[in-house]
Design a protein around this ligand. Sequence first.
Ligand SMILES: [Zn+2]
Length: 259
Amino acid sequence: MIIDTHCHLNDKRFENDLEAVIQRAFDADVKGMIIPGADPSELPRAVEIAEKYDNIYFAVGVHPYDKEAFDLSYLEEHITHPKCIAVGECGLDYFRLPKEEAQKEADKAAQKEIFRKQIDLAKRYKKPLIVHIREASKDSLDILIEENAREVGGVLHCYNASPILLELDAHGFYYGIGGVVTFKNAKKLVEILPQIPQNKLLIETDAPYLTPHPHRGERNEPFYTTLVAQKMAEILQIDRKTLENIVLENTRRLFKAFF
Ligand SMILES: [Zn+2]
């Protein structure tokens, strides 16, 4: 059994066939999902989906791309919901910064400020963090350590597969492995995967984004975690069932959810 620990089921691209998407996953033994927060305007839809299905949970948080919409009290209104199991996705993303130097620095500062506020939120409500890091490994690492995020721990999206992020293992962090591991140009992640302790591995899709090979370019969906699990098992040279069991235990330990 696989849990997709990161899929945006509340995304508009699932509007017309969400039930079929979820059923396709369930039929393939992908029995649970976590919907991370991103744009707060999509949070009510995440709550609605989580209330409808036993094994679907959500997180409250604001993605760095949506930082203008950050509203702490709005997140606090939803964090005590019984299906809310994490804070995020929050973090730093330096991939799309403004070109002009002063604007670039202002954007980074604003990202850091709401990242710190969300780490504080997670600590106050004792929820693990879902952390998005893109081309910002060093700054993210520093903030997570400075803010003592180890009190709650969490999971990192492995976009860049930067070796320095392995340091966060010692701070209670897990590593979400997604479709990128199946890409032909994913050499870095393939190299780093065996260095991650197996009791820190999670599986995710980031659907509707980052669709695994051979479906790149199509819409991603939780069913495709099966391709991620297969590829991880090959790289780690363990059988897929063993891998799935390890990852399932990890998922339960981090999120304390009843998957
Ligand atoms: Zn995401």
